[in-house]
Ligand binder design. Structure first.
Ligand SMILES: [Fe+2]
Length: 431
């Protein structure tokens, strides 16, 4: 089967992209997406290991424009570097990947600014606190490859570090995401662990070690790492935490949970990609030590859950995610909204051979109510010569896209991205 994993060779600028449907009137700005773009000629690369390339699509009043650029210069493009997320903070686009420091880019050009905000390792999934504007981050293996040390902290709106502390985990785990509430952070330390030898897969030092068990670390924001509390967690794996919040008694986090992590070495052989993750709610008592209470949220198979970021850290009701509609398919074929209040799923399926990217929620207007907005996702199918940006009304996903922008080239399957309102590519400024 033809896939969307092979790299693209060109960095290009394009204006006047073909538009189908009508661009929503309040949706003006730029979508930044990051993903791996492996070296040409490497036929069987691991999805996670291509160096990062940013694809930016501006939705302007007059026209739509596109620019793609490698994040790093050729001689610095190590395996998987800077390839996971693109966020907007302190006036820069930060290209993120969990083993290294953020790489800051000029939003209008994608040129590197040279600014440094924090040393690596720095998670690809720091969380914005919508109330304070802080960016809460962590990094694992903070004392070098294989170390158990975790560093966490926060940057203020200007990018200055306002909190930093460290604590030691039971083992060196691949910790991809963090739960952040108004008062706490929570980190699942799950047994995708660094081992001395990597078995048959030379590309990864991490492997599935269920015998190490699952653990959840909870620490008050601003506190010293010595105060971390540990809870016993299920022996499962999760890449992504959708959202977290707390009430007087408990802290809650919602995440997509796998029985075992896809694409990694297992006890016998590499665990296949078509593992299924389902949305679950974990919670812990503030005054206890475990175990984590687990509540399934729905039986859908999905990944890449996002929310209306304006209510991050608070109780919420809508998850926007990708959905696997065709069992055994090597990816996600549908854009979905999971309504937790009603247990209902609202989704649009692009077909068994499609690959859809994580949907990014954009409010309809600055002051629109929670979950009133648009979903932006990139879609590729073998019958598309290029990738497309599709735009859904977030409340009516099954109705299909309200608009679709054809990009000037294929965008290889990527991971994450962000929309920045009222910021546009300046293609006159060459790099
Ligand atoms: Fe991720």
């Amino acid at each position: 089967m033809r896939t969307n994993r092979p790299p693209i060779e060109r960095e290009i600028d394009a204006r006047g992209l073909p538009l189908e449907g009508k661009l929503p009137s309040g949706l003006r700005g730029t979508l930044y997406r990051n993903g791996p773009n492996p070296r040409a000629g490497v036929a069987d690369h691991h999805w996670f290991l291509g160096p990062g390339m940013i694809h930016a699509i501006s939705l302007g009043e007059e026209q739509c424009a596109y620019r793609n650029r490698w994040v790093l210069p050729r001689d610095e493009r190590g395996l998987g570097k800077a390839n996971t997320h693109a966020i907007f903070h302190a006036g820069s686009i930060m290209a993120l990947e969990e083993a290294h420091a953020p790489v800051a880019l000029v939003p209008e050009t994608l040129a590197r600014t040279g600014a440094t905000y924090a040393p690596g390792p720095f998670t690809a999934h720091p969380k914005h606190d919508p109330l304070t504007g802080e960016l809460v981050f962590f990094g694992y293996a903070a004392d070098g490859a294989g170390s158990r040390m975790i560093r966490c902290g926060a940057l203020n709106r200007s990018g200055h570090r306002v909190w930093e502390t460290r604590f030691s985990a039971p083992f060196c785990s691949m910790v991809h995401d963090v739960a952040v509430t108004s008062r706490h952070i929570a980190l699942p330390i799950l047994p995708l662990a660094r081992q001395a030898t990597s078995g048959n897969d030379a590309s990864f030092a991490f492997a599935w070690h269920p015998e190490l068990g699952g653990h959840l670390a909870v620490l008050a924001r601003g506190a010293c790492g010595d105060a971390v509390r540990w809870y016993e967690a299920p022996t499962v794996y999760a890449f992504h935490i959708v959202n977290a919040w707390e009430d007087r008694d408990r802290l809650y986090l919602d995440l997509f949970v796998y029985d075992a992590p896809p694409l990694f070495p297992g006890p016998q052989e590499r665990i296949p990609f078509c593992q299924n993750a389902r949305p679950c709610r974990w919670s812990v008592a503030h005054d206890g030590h475990g175990p984590v209470r687990v509540e399934p949220l729905h039986d859908m198979v999905g990944e890449f859950g996002r929310i209306d970021d304006r209510i991050a850290g608070s109780r919420y009701s809508q998850i926007y995610c990708t959905s696997r509609r065709h069992p055994g398919a090597p990816g996600f074929q549908a854009v979905a909204r999971l309504d937790l209040m009603h247990g209902a799923i609202d989704q649009f399926d692009f077909g068994s051979q499609a690959f859809v990217s994580e949907p990014v929620f954009v409010p309809r207007q600055h002051h629109a109510g929670p979950d009133d907005g648009w979903l932006l996702s990139l879609v590729w199918r073998p019958d598309f010569a290029q990738s497309r940006l599709v735009i859904f009304d977030a409340g009516h996903v099954a109705d299909g896209p309200v608009a679709s922008v054809t990009l000037p080239q294929r965008v290889p399957d990527g991971f994450h991205g962000s929309f920045v309102s009222d910021v546009f590519l300046d293609l006159e400024r060459a790099l």
